[in-house]
Design a protein around this ligand. Structure first.
Ligand code: NAD
Length: 264
Protein backbone atom coordinates (compact mmCIF):
# COMPACT_ATOMS: atom_id res chain seq x y z
CA UNK A 1 0.00 0.00 0.00
CA UNK A 2 3.05 2.27 0.04
CA UNK A 3 2.18 5.57 -1.64
CA UNK A 4 -1.54 4.82 -1.95
CA UNK A 5 -2.39 7.77 0.31
CA UNK A 6 0.46 10.04 -0.81
CA UNK A 7 -0.62 13.66 -1.13
CA UNK A 8 -3.79 13.04 0.90
CA UNK A 9 -4.54 15.01 4.05
CA UNK A 10 -6.98 13.75 6.62
CA UNK A 11 -8.40 14.40 10.06
CA UNK A 12 -8.72 11.47 12.45
CA UNK A 13 -11.00 11.99 15.47
CA UNK A 14 -11.25 9.50 18.34
CA UNK A 15 -7.75 8.36 19.25
CA UNK A 16 -7.68 7.81 23.04
CA UNK A 17 -4.65 5.51 23.20
CA UNK A 18 -2.71 2.94 21.17
CA UNK A 19 -5.61 0.44 21.49
CA UNK A 20 -8.06 2.81 19.74
CA UNK A 21 -9.60 1.78 16.42
CA UNK A 22 -8.84 5.31 15.18
CA UNK A 23 -5.16 4.69 15.86
CA UNK A 24 -5.23 1.48 13.78
CA UNK A 25 -6.62 3.46 10.84
CA UNK A 26 -4.10 6.28 11.40
CA UNK A 27 -1.17 3.83 11.38
CA UNK A 28 -2.21 2.28 8.08
CA UNK A 29 -2.93 5.61 6.39
CA UNK A 30 0.37 7.12 7.57
CA UNK A 31 2.30 4.07 6.35
CA UNK A 32 0.66 4.59 2.93
CA UNK A 33 1.81 8.22 2.82
CA UNK A 34 -1.10 10.26 4.24
CA UNK A 35 -0.61 13.43 6.28
CA UNK A 36 -2.82 13.28 9.34
CA UNK A 37 -4.25 15.75 11.86
CA UNK A 38 -5.69 14.47 15.12
CA UNK A 39 -8.24 15.69 17.64
CA UNK A 40 -8.33 14.65 21.27
CA UNK A 41 -10.99 15.05 23.95
CA UNK A 42 -9.60 16.73 27.07
CA UNK A 43 -6.12 17.27 28.48
CA UNK A 44 -5.81 13.81 30.01
CA UNK A 45 -6.04 12.24 26.56
CA UNK A 46 -3.73 14.83 24.98
CA UNK A 47 -0.88 13.26 26.93
CA UNK A 48 -1.60 9.95 25.20
CA UNK A 49 -2.46 11.22 21.72
CA UNK A 50 0.44 13.67 21.26
CA UNK A 51 3.28 11.09 21.37
CA UNK A 52 1.34 8.72 19.10
CA UNK A 53 0.71 11.49 16.56
CA UNK A 54 4.32 12.64 16.70
CA UNK A 55 5.53 9.06 16.14
CA UNK A 56 4.00 9.21 12.65
CA UNK A 57 5.25 12.72 11.93
CA UNK A 58 2.08 14.67 12.74
CA UNK A 59 2.22 18.00 14.52
CA UNK A 60 -1.46 18.96 14.15
CA UNK A 61 -3.00 17.78 17.40
CA UNK A 62 -6.14 19.74 18.21
CA UNK A 63 -8.58 19.73 21.13
CA UNK A 64 -12.18 18.91 20.20
CA UNK A 65 -15.14 17.93 22.36
CA UNK A 66 -18.01 17.21 19.97
CA UNK A 67 -20.63 18.27 22.53
CA UNK A 68 -19.31 21.84 22.09
CA UNK A 69 -19.97 23.26 18.59
CA UNK A 70 -17.43 26.06 19.16
CA UNK A 71 -14.72 23.48 19.76
CA UNK A 72 -15.58 21.67 16.48
CA UNK A 73 -15.45 25.04 14.68
CA UNK A 74 -12.07 25.83 16.22
CA UNK A 75 -10.56 22.50 15.14
CA UNK A 76 -11.74 22.97 11.54
CA UNK A 77 -10.58 26.59 11.51
CA UNK A 78 -7.10 25.40 12.49
CA UNK A 79 -7.11 22.82 9.68
CA UNK A 80 -8.35 25.37 7.15
CA UNK A 81 -5.65 27.86 8.19
CA UNK A 82 -2.91 25.25 7.86
CA UNK A 83 -4.00 23.08 4.92
CA UNK A 84 -6.91 24.93 3.26
CA UNK A 85 -8.41 21.54 2.30
CA UNK A 86 -9.12 18.02 3.50
CA UNK A 87 -9.25 14.72 1.60
CA UNK A 88 -10.67 12.49 4.33
CA UNK A 89 -12.07 12.37 7.84
CA UNK A 90 -12.44 9.51 10.29
CA UNK A 91 -15.07 9.78 13.02
CA UNK A 92 -14.35 7.12 15.65
CA UNK A 93 -16.33 8.65 18.51
CA UNK A 94 -19.05 7.22 20.67
CA UNK A 95 -20.26 7.58 24.23
CA UNK A 96 -22.96 6.32 26.57
CA UNK A 97 -23.26 6.09 30.35
CA UNK A 98 -21.86 2.67 31.21
CA UNK A 99 -24.59 2.17 33.83
CA UNK A 100 -27.02 1.91 30.92
CA UNK A 101 -24.86 -0.55 28.94
CA UNK A 102 -26.11 -3.40 31.11
CA UNK A 103 -29.55 -4.61 32.06
CA UNK A 104 -32.51 -3.84 29.81
CA UNK A 105 -32.64 -1.26 26.99
CA UNK A 106 -36.23 -0.49 27.88
CA UNK A 107 -35.08 1.07 31.17
CA UNK A 108 -32.85 3.66 29.48
CA UNK A 109 -33.19 7.29 30.65
CA UNK A 110 -33.99 10.24 28.42
CA UNK A 111 -30.92 12.16 29.62
CA UNK A 112 -28.57 9.36 28.55
CA UNK A 113 -30.53 8.66 25.36
CA UNK A 114 -30.04 12.29 24.34
CA UNK A 115 -26.35 12.36 25.29
CA UNK A 116 -25.66 9.06 23.47
CA UNK A 117 -27.38 10.28 20.30
CA UNK A 118 -25.60 13.64 20.44
CA UNK A 119 -22.07 12.28 20.89
CA UNK A 120 -22.42 9.08 18.85
CA UNK A 121 -24.72 10.16 15.98
CA UNK A 122 -25.15 13.90 15.56
CA UNK A 123 -21.44 14.60 15.96
CA UNK A 124 -20.70 12.82 12.64
CA UNK A 125 -23.18 15.10 10.87
CA UNK A 126 -21.78 18.17 12.67
CA UNK A 127 -18.27 17.21 11.56
CA UNK A 128 -19.43 16.48 7.98
CA UNK A 129 -20.95 19.98 7.74
CA UNK A 130 -17.54 21.52 8.46
CA UNK A 131 -15.52 19.01 6.44
CA UNK A 132 -17.66 19.45 3.31
CA UNK A 133 -16.43 23.04 3.03
CA UNK A 134 -12.82 21.82 2.87
CA UNK A 135 -13.51 19.04 0.34
CA UNK A 136 -13.86 21.06 -2.85
CA UNK A 137 -11.90 18.36 -4.73
CA UNK A 138 -14.08 15.58 -3.33
CA UNK A 139 -13.26 13.39 -0.37
CA UNK A 140 -14.08 10.43 1.83
CA UNK A 141 -15.79 10.41 5.22
CA UNK A 142 -15.80 7.35 7.44
CA UNK A 143 -17.47 6.48 10.75
CA UNK A 144 -17.31 3.41 12.98
CA UNK A 145 -20.27 1.25 13.88
CA UNK A 146 -21.16 -2.14 15.36
CA UNK A 147 -23.50 -5.02 14.49
CA UNK A 148 -25.58 -4.25 17.61
CA UNK A 149 -27.35 -1.77 15.28
CA UNK A 150 -28.71 -4.61 13.12
CA UNK A 151 -29.35 -7.36 15.69
CA UNK A 152 -29.97 -7.31 19.40
CA UNK A 153 -26.74 -7.83 21.35
CA UNK A 154 -26.66 -8.26 25.12
CA UNK A 155 -25.85 -5.00 26.98
CA UNK A 156 -25.39 -2.86 23.83
CA UNK A 157 -28.79 -1.26 24.50
CA UNK A 158 -29.07 2.46 23.67
CA UNK A 159 -25.79 2.28 21.76
CA UNK A 160 -27.51 -0.11 19.29
CA UNK A 161 -30.24 2.44 18.64
CA UNK A 162 -27.57 5.12 18.19
CA UNK A 163 -25.55 3.01 15.73
CA UNK A 164 -28.70 2.34 13.65
CA UNK A 165 -29.25 6.09 13.41
CA UNK A 166 -25.58 6.65 12.61
CA UNK A 167 -25.69 4.11 9.75
CA UNK A 168 -28.85 5.75 8.43
CA UNK A 169 -27.19 9.18 8.56
CA UNK A 170 -24.40 7.70 6.41
CA UNK A 171 -26.96 6.89 3.69
CA UNK A 172 -28.54 10.35 3.80
CA UNK A 173 -25.19 12.15 3.75
CA UNK A 174 -23.94 9.91 0.92
CA UNK A 175 -26.88 11.19 -1.16
CA UNK A 176 -26.41 14.83 -0.11
CA UNK A 177 -22.66 14.94 -0.69
CA UNK A 178 -22.29 12.53 -3.63
CA UNK A 179 -22.81 15.24 -6.29
CA UNK A 180 -19.73 16.98 -4.87
CA UNK A 181 -17.60 13.85 -5.14
CA UNK A 182 -17.66 13.22 -1.41
CA UNK A 183 -18.19 9.61 -0.35
CA UNK A 184 -19.63 8.67 3.07
CA UNK A 185 -19.34 5.16 4.50
CA UNK A 186 -19.35 3.26 7.77
CA UNK A 187 -17.16 0.40 8.90
CA UNK A 188 -18.81 -2.14 11.20
CA UNK A 189 -16.01 -3.56 13.34
CA UNK A 190 -16.15 -6.78 15.31
CA UNK A 191 -15.53 -6.47 19.06
CA UNK A 192 -12.08 -5.16 20.05
CA UNK A 193 -10.86 -4.52 23.60
CA UNK A 194 -10.60 -0.71 23.77
CA UNK A 195 -11.33 1.93 26.39
CA UNK A 196 -14.86 2.47 25.07
CA UNK A 197 -15.55 -1.29 24.91
CA UNK A 198 -14.60 -1.72 28.57
CA UNK A 199 -17.80 0.17 29.45
CA UNK A 200 -19.98 -2.55 27.88
CA UNK A 201 -21.24 -5.14 30.36
CA UNK A 202 -19.70 -8.63 30.05
CA UNK A 203 -17.53 -7.58 27.09
CA UNK A 204 -15.14 -10.51 27.62
CA UNK A 205 -17.97 -12.93 26.92
CA UNK A 206 -18.85 -11.08 23.69
CA UNK A 207 -15.20 -11.27 22.58
CA UNK A 208 -15.01 -15.01 23.32
CA UNK A 209 -18.33 -15.71 21.59
CA UNK A 210 -17.20 -13.92 18.43
CA UNK A 211 -13.85 -15.66 18.45
CA UNK A 212 -15.47 -19.10 18.62
CA UNK A 213 -18.42 -18.52 16.29
CA UNK A 214 -17.27 -16.21 13.47
CA UNK A 215 -16.34 -17.78 10.10
CA UNK A 216 -12.65 -16.89 10.57
CA UNK A 217 -12.75 -18.27 14.17
CA UNK A 218 -10.79 -15.28 15.52
CA UNK A 219 -11.37 -11.73 16.63
CA UNK A 220 -10.37 -8.80 14.45
CA UNK A 221 -7.51 -6.45 15.35
CA UNK A 222 -7.12 -2.71 14.89
CA UNK A 223 -4.78 -3.61 12.00
CA UNK A 224 -7.61 -5.51 10.25
CA UNK A 225 -9.87 -2.49 10.74
CA UNK A 226 -7.09 -0.07 9.81
CA UNK A 227 -6.44 -1.73 6.44
CA UNK A 228 -10.14 -1.83 5.51
CA UNK A 229 -10.52 1.74 6.76
CA UNK A 230 -7.71 2.85 4.48
CA UNK A 231 -9.46 1.16 1.54
CA UNK A 232 -12.61 3.19 2.25
CA UNK A 233 -10.58 6.42 2.56
CA UNK A 234 -8.47 5.80 -0.55
CA UNK A 235 -9.19 5.81 -4.27
CA UNK A 236 -9.43 1.99 -4.17
CA UNK A 237 -13.05 2.50 -3.07
CA UNK A 238 -13.78 5.30 -5.57
CA UNK A 239 -17.15 3.79 -6.54
CA UNK A 240 -18.31 3.02 -3.00
CA UNK A 241 -20.60 5.29 -0.95
CA UNK A 242 -23.48 4.92 1.50
CA UNK A 243 -22.04 1.50 2.40
CA UNK A 244 -21.72 -0.26 5.75
CA UNK A 245 -18.63 -2.46 5.40
CA UNK A 246 -18.29 -5.28 7.95
CA UNK A 247 -14.82 -6.04 9.29
CA UNK A 248 -15.86 -8.66 11.83
CA UNK A 249 -14.31 -12.01 10.75
CA UNK A 250 -17.62 -12.57 8.95
CA UNK A 251 -19.70 -12.76 12.14
CA UNK A 252 -22.63 -10.87 10.58
CA UNK A 253 -23.45 -13.79 8.24
CA UNK A 254 -23.76 -16.33 11.06
CA UNK A 255 -27.21 -17.56 12.07
CA UNK A 256 -26.34 -20.02 14.81
CA UNK A 257 -23.58 -21.14 17.16
CA UNK A 258 -20.76 -22.95 15.32
CA UNK A 259 -20.94 -26.74 15.68
CA UNK A 260 -17.27 -26.88 16.66
CA UNK A 261 -17.56 -24.13 19.30
CA UNK A 262 -17.09 -25.32 22.88
CA UNK A 263 -19.42 -24.09 25.65
CA UNK A 264 -18.25 -20.90 27.35
P1 NAD B 1 -11.81 4.38 22.20
O1 NAD B 1 -12.23 4.55 23.65
O2 NAD B 1 -10.40 4.17 21.93
O3 NAD B 1 -12.36 5.60 21.34
C1 NAD B 1 -13.55 6.30 21.63
C2 NAD B 1 -13.23 7.76 21.41
O4 NAD B 1 -14.41 8.58 21.53
C3 NAD B 1 -12.22 8.30 22.42
O5 NAD B 1 -11.09 8.79 21.75
C4 NAD B 1 -12.98 9.43 23.11
O6 NAD B 1 -12.14 10.50 23.48
C5 NAD B 1 -13.96 9.82 22.02
N1 NAD B 1 -15.06 10.62 22.55
C6 NAD B 1 -16.04 10.25 23.41
N2 NAD B 1 -16.82 11.31 23.71
C7 NAD B 1 -16.31 12.36 23.00
C8 NAD B 1 -16.66 13.75 22.89
N3 NAD B 1 -17.68 14.27 23.58
N4 NAD B 1 -15.91 14.54 22.07
C9 NAD B 1 -14.87 14.04 21.38
N5 NAD B 1 -14.49 12.74 21.45
C10 NAD B 1 -15.20 11.93 22.26
O7 NAD B 1 -12.70 3.13 21.70
P2 NAD B 1 -12.94 2.51 20.23
O8 NAD B 1 -13.51 1.18 20.50
O9 NAD B 1 -11.74 2.66 19.39
O10 NAD B 1 -14.15 3.42 19.68
C11 NAD B 1 -14.10 4.10 18.43
C12 NAD B 1 -15.41 3.89 17.67
O11 NAD B 1 -15.48 2.53 17.26
C13 NAD B 1 -16.67 4.15 18.50
O12 NAD B 1 -17.64 4.78 17.67
C14 NAD B 1 -17.14 2.75 18.84
O13 NAD B 1 -18.53 2.69 19.09
C15 NAD B 1 -16.76 2.03 17.57
N6 NAD B 1 -16.71 0.56 17.63
C16 NAD B 1 -15.98 -0.07 18.60
C17 NAD B 1 -15.95 -1.46 18.64
C18 NAD B 1 -15.18 -2.18 19.71
O14 NAD B 1 -15.45 -3.35 19.97
N7 NAD B 1 -14.19 -1.56 20.34
C19 NAD B 1 -16.66 -2.21 17.70
C20 NAD B 1 -17.37 -1.55 16.70
C21 NAD B 1 -17.41 -0.16 16.69
Amino acid sequence: AAGLMSGKRGLIMGVANDKSIAWGIARECAAAGAEIAFTFQGEALERRVRPLAESIGSDMILPCDVTDPASIDAAFAAIEARWGKLDFIVHAIGFSDKNELRGRYVDTSYANFELTMNVSVYSFTAVAQRAEKLMGDGGSMLTLTYYGSERVMPHYNVMGIAKSALECSVRYMAMDLGPRGIRVNSLSAGPIKTLAASGIGDFRYILKWNELNSPLRRNVTTTDVGKAGMYLLSDLSSGVTGENHHVDSGYHVVGMKAEDAPDI
